[in-house]
Design a protein around this ligand. Sequence first.
Ligand code: C2E
Ligand code: MG
Ligand code: MG
Ligand code: MG
Length: 288
Amino acid sequence: KAKNAGNGSIYYFNPVWLEEYQKEASLEHEFVNALNSGDIVPFYQPIIKQDYQTSGFALEALVRWVHPSKGIISPYIILPIAKRLGLMGELGNVIFEQTCVDINKFLDAGLDLQRISVNISSEQLFSAHLVSEIDRCLKAHQVSTSLVEFEIVEELMAGDFQVLSTQLEKLIDLGIQLSIDDFGTGYSSLSRLKNLNVSKLKIDKSFVDGLPNGEEDICIVKSIIGLAKGMGLDLVAEGVETQEQANWLFENGCDYLQGYLISKPVHSIDIIKLMSKQNSFFNRVNKH
Ligand code: C2E
Ligand code: MG
Ligand code: MG
Ligand code: MG
């Protein structure tokens, strides 16, 4: 297909487009098999408090496609494919099921794991099957619901309030905690925050990036900290990359940190190595 650039010139079909298209189409084709073959798994990123040596740690599950020839494929490729194929629900189920399996592995390995958070898509959240599927999975793996937290991007808070709150209440009734992801980027209203039974906010990385010197980011992050404290919500800062950011956040009252400073998301096996009490990680973070 030739594209008219609008100024009289014509772009002829570029064979690279076809190549790109075929690559995507073949990934889509492989995706369906990968979902069932165990190549699509959660990686985990630690979330720690300042006193993590005594208080334990949390993890966030983040989807990865461990592709046999292409290496590790990111959610920014995986999620659009799953969306296009209408498989977001299935993807969510695979990730949650594997997370339950891994929770038992982590506890068996003696890790001081307090909680695992899992990202929930809008397709899952507004599905009539979500609650029963989660309940089934928790029971099948004998996982305590108090270990599980769902992250919902702030954007989703803008959906139909009646449907949203009914669905969230059902999850809370199961004993699952809710957190608002990418907080500060999603145009949600504070009255919704007040009326929904959320227990945690996650400050988006884009605000953390400017710390400890950017005046506007300082102001925004301080306001979010004040808001969370005032409402009795826990607070996590996402995307913490430097010791200076970590120091500023702890000094200003943000309790939980997540970011490359502590660790990138890693395979479950590496979490066991990294977070076991004998590991030098527990001494390393404090030495910066
Ligand atoms: P998110 O939930 O906000 O997750 C945080 C993202 O920031 C992750 O990207 C993580 O690897 C990255 N990150 C963490 N610390 C740092 C840091 O210090 N520096 C930098 N540059 N990045 C950092 P990831 O794993 O690529 O995931 C991207 C997004 O995809 C997630 O953002 C989440 O919205 C979505 N996602 C990931 N896994 C799932 C899943 O299983 N289901 C659904 N529905 N969405 C998922
Ligand atoms: Mg998240
Ligand atoms: Mg986030
Ligand atoms: Mg994000």
